[in-house]
Design a protein around this ligand. Structure first.
Ligand code: NAD
Length: 354
């Protein structure tokens, strides 16, 4: 049976990937996760129940531990998703982003290289290291145009700068050492098990609780939304069939302004859980995020034509499934809202810490 290590596998996208690999593809998965505030064991419970998924609680920055672990597990692939991922938190406190996203990726690349160098024949040919990244490394678009794989990097936030650095390391480890690396850059994800600090789950839960729905600036910033299970299928495909040393952009051609997203959530909730007043009345415009990129939009043609991937969900179908999932799973999010993060504003210059 194929064996895959997924770093950050107890987080949002990592766990969608783990559930896909274990439940749909029948693969054995080792989840390597530090279990930060963003991780949740419940996210991988369906995979763990099969007996084909194990969690190793570890920090990817611990290179010696990663080297030992990879040698012991002898995986066919390493899918590297562990990261600090929230832009607003990177503004309030960039240190952990540099540590995990840059040093941690370096540590994983070196540990993987030690293992890969020791392999022979088929096992060496087969081995892959997928570095998972974001479209935010490309910076901001104007009203026209799309991000292509060849778009120059121009990151704006401490988060996107740390991811850009890690992407460069991943490519360098391929060019310099021949490590079989592929890199993916994806647009904004949403879906079940999304930690409620990010826009879509935060708005769903605030709306359910009758709290204000914060919209940054005028709500005109545009993001290109992808349902998380579509991303998980893309990652599995890119890791297995992507060309070495290449980048693949992943996106669903679902551009929406933030205000459109928030209004769509209000409308979906008004249908699925009606109240006497429209949730749109809760929308509150708040001070914009510093350095807020205006527009992201992905051209996923390379992934579609080379590897035959297609997004299955439109924004409307994916959002409806997501809203329904949060309505059905208060057991998942209520403890997080009570004790991990209750929705306070993050990422203003006034609450920056080193
Ligand atoms: P997440 O914050 O939900 O999960 C990250 C996981 O990494 C958590 O489980 C956390 O515990 C773990 N982690 C953090 N530091 C670690 C460390 N030092 N050692 C081991 N584990 C550690 O993030 P996500 O949204 O699932 O994003 C996963 C990856 O996908 C990230 O690399 C992110 O940059 C990338 N990405 C995210 C999006 C998005 O829309 N969320 C879009 C494109 C790319």
């Amino acid at each position: 049976m194929e064996k895959i290590i997924v770093t950050g596998g107890a987080g949002f996208i990592g766990s969608a990937l783990v559930r896909h690999l274990v439940l749909d593809d029948g693969v054995e998965v080792i989840v390597v996760d530090k279990m930060t505030y963003a991780a949740n064991r419940a996210n991988i419970e369906p995979a763990e129940k099969t007996g084909r998924c194990r969690l190793v609680v570890a920090d990817i920055c611990d290179q010696a531990r990663m080297t030992d672990l990879i040698k012991k597990e002898a995986p066919d692939q390493i899918l590297h998703l562990a990261a600090e991922s929230h832009v607003d938190r990177s503004i309030s406190g960039p240190h952990d982003f540099i540590e995990t996203n840059v040093i941690g990726t370096y540590s994983m690349l070196e540990a993987a290289r030690t293992y890969w160098s020791s392999l022979q024949g088929d096992a060496k040919e087969r081995f892959r290291f997928l570095h998972v990244s974001t479209d935010e490394v490309y910076g901001s678009l104007g009203a026209e145009g799309l991000f292509h794989e060849t778009t120059p990097y121009d990151p704006s936030s401490p988060y996107s700068a740390s991811k850009a650095a890690s992407d460069h390391l991943a490519h360098a480890w391929h060019r310099t050492y021949g490590l079989p690396v592929v890199v993916s850059n994806c647009s904004n994800n949403y879906g079940p098990y999304h930690f409620p600090e990010k826009l879509i789950p935060l708005v769903i839960l605030n709306a359910l609780e009758g709290k204000p729905l914060p919209v940054y600036g005028a709500g005109s910033n545009v993001r290109d939304w992808l349902y998380v299970d579509d991303h998980a299928r893309a990652l599995s495909l890119i890791a297995s069939q992507g060309r070495l040393g290449e980048t693949y952009n992943v996106g669903g051609r679902n551009e929406r302004t933030n205000l459109q997203v928030v209004e769509a959530i209000c409308d979906a909730l008004d249908v699925l859980r009606p109240t006497s007043r429209s949730r749109r009345e809760l929308i509150t415009f708040v001070k914009d995020r510093p350095g807020h990129d205006q527009r992201y939009a992905i051209d996923a043609t390379k992934l579609e034509t080379e590897l035959g991937w297609r997004a299955r969900e439109t924004f409307e179908t994916g959002l409806r499934k997501t809203v329904q999932w949060y309505l059905d799973h208060p057991d998942w999010w209520q403890p997080l809202r009570k004790s991990v993060y209750s929705g306070e504003r993050l990422g203003l210059e006034t609450n920056v810490k080193a």
